[in-house]
Design a protein around this ligand. Sequence first.
Ligand code: XMP
Length: 435
Amino acid sequence: MNQDMIVILDLGSHENTVLARAIRALGVYSEIYPHDITVEELNALPNVKGIIINGGPNNIIDGVAIDVNPDIYKAGYPIMAAGHDKALCEIKLAQFTNDEESIKEAVKPFVFDICKAETNWNMKNFVNDQVELIRRQVGDKKVLLALSGGVDSSVVAALLLKAIGNNLVCVHVNHGLMRKGESEAVVEVFRNQLCANLVYIDATDRFLGKLENVADPEEKRKIIGGEFIRVFEEEARKLDGIDFLGQGTIYPDIVESGTKTAKMVKSHHNVGGLPEDMQFELVEPIRQLFKDEVRACGLELGLPYEMVYRQPFPGPGLGVRCLGAITRDRLEAVRESDAILREEFALAGLDKKVWQYFTIVPDFKSVGVRDNARSYEWPVIIRAVNTIDAMTASIEPVEWSILMKITDRILKEVKNVNRVCYDMSPKPNATIEWE
Ligand code: XMP
């Protein structure tokens, strides 16, 4: 890493990540560390230009107020106190609200005038650095990557490909629950355009076979997750001489908000539940990036816009949107209606505005009329929600004219469907997905 860095020491603030994001948005790299970091650990970090001690309400652990290591003040770095009154910090307290623009303004004088940090945090430099670091870590060994087609794994694939070419082996497991055209796009982009070494497994029949007559949502999730690991493992065992496993861990996975942040790393080392006798060293080249930076990195690497700005998609895929026991006709109805919804939202510009939107097909029918005769077919439910963190969500008030056009197309183009509904429920009381 050649970029200048501002270190944030977490002294119990809720706003560590907002602060780090704001500094990065100024073009200066920033990372969050626990309050009790030692001077030796600090000195070992590359290009530290200054420190912000970020205090907040979580500064009491087991009844005792936490504080930074006092040696930090003598280590020779410019130090600013934020969110609390630290007498030992010479530099003035920055007042800011939980809003990126105001934080940027508040920290600018410290970052640029006092720390003299350079604006050298950008995706071009990041990609160059990571290519170098990956080559140093991996050498001429091989890396295996489960390429789901999601943003994170796609960006990791593109980075690894740039660094080690065909020593990257990507495995894409199509569980038959992908959205329309997604598996095809993975093959087109990675195998045909980027010439990656891609193993494509169509495991549709295997997954749908295992899921036959399984109606319980938790059971369905368990089967899909477990089967995914088994298929991936079978493929991994067929490959020779793999020493590394690529993983799309990103910065929010690493940093826990609240106390002693950076030490509370989530236990994602047993990657996706792979068996313990399969020993791999991890390569996690986007572990420093926030989600928006992952997308910017993807664009820098030349990935298509649609892949980089793909909306969130649950691991069990359309399996949790084809309610109850999955049948092929209803699964196709989910897939086709979802494709229509996505097309129409894009035409209306809603794809850039709405956080997540999809369709659901429940496992009951209703009476309707088709070709002057009684029909008895499935309904399609449209869901479109906005959220910051997926913990709560509000519905998007989509214009009637757009909903009517989508309804018209679904009724005309999707087989076995005679009714379209719009889900008006926020989270809570509902969840975003139906299962
Ligand atoms: P809920 O339905 O819990 O969903 O309100 C919150 C967000 O999480 C996504 N989701 C999942 N993502 N694996 C995932 O990677 C899953 O099993 C899963 N289930 C739900 C959901 O799409 C929404 O964005």
